[in-house]
Design a protein around this ligand. Sequence first.
Ligand code: KIV
Length: 305
Amino acid sequence: MSLTQLRDRGASAPMPRVTADVLLQKKRAGQPITALTAYDFPTARLVDEAGIDLVLVGDSVGMAVLGYENTLPVTMEEMLHHTRAVSRGVRRALLVADMPYGSYQASVEDGIRNAVRFVKEAGAQAVKIEGGRKHVDLIARLADAEVLVVGHIGLTPQSVHRMGGYRVQGKTAEAMDALCADAQALEAAGAIAIVLEGIPRELATVITARSGVPTIGIGAGPDCDGQILVFHDLFNLTFSAPAKFSRRYADGAEFFSRAIAQYRDDVAGRSFPSDAESYHLPREVQLPREVQTESDAEEPHLCKA
Ligand code: KIV
């Protein structure tokens, strides 16, 4: 069955895993870090086997896959479910799981308990937390608890209501200072990398130059240490116009729609499945007379294989 083939990777040599240190070495060597989201087993395999360094199970799963209006309704159980599926498909990339809204805001203890679940129950190597200075206690405690943390500042989608929409952040001198301070605080607290989302290129350049840990940009210009995009944005699978910062690499919607329409027509027109796509009785087994067709009746054995 095709799903069995999907699981089979053939003879598999052990794969050296991307670690936090590998990302740091890339920053220091000026080699761009590649990162992409994935939410399920097949896309995780495709992304990992393409050699992407960091795979993020983003809470963007809520919008990209689950059909929510924003990321706020995404639950721990949904994130764990998708992270488990992705972890079964990733062998090389650093696997980062997003802490969903509500899983770390109430208390540091909540944050630790939930972050540990991603590592212990779902195979994540790190968690990502939105917000800057206000979460340094949690990040420091997670570092103590051996949980790697990726920070995320700028346009943080979990703050959509406070921001009044998905708006570029850090456009005033005051906001720039605040984001620089956030980045420094995250690094000091032990974050292994910082996602910079939706900020002016010039600000991302400054933060990246000052930061001792890698910055990974999305809508933050080309001068970050790495770039991340949402899988469904790359493939036109969002049913909406792309954001300015995003680039479409293929038209997945067109590709899938054409194939689905072809399948529908083949079934409706009885050209699928063909005889070659059917199983047959063994030659020695006869069909009961009442279900034989005329041509069956002419054959001594009814198998046409
Ligand atoms: O949830 C997500 O996909 C993200 C990335 C876009 C950084 O947070």
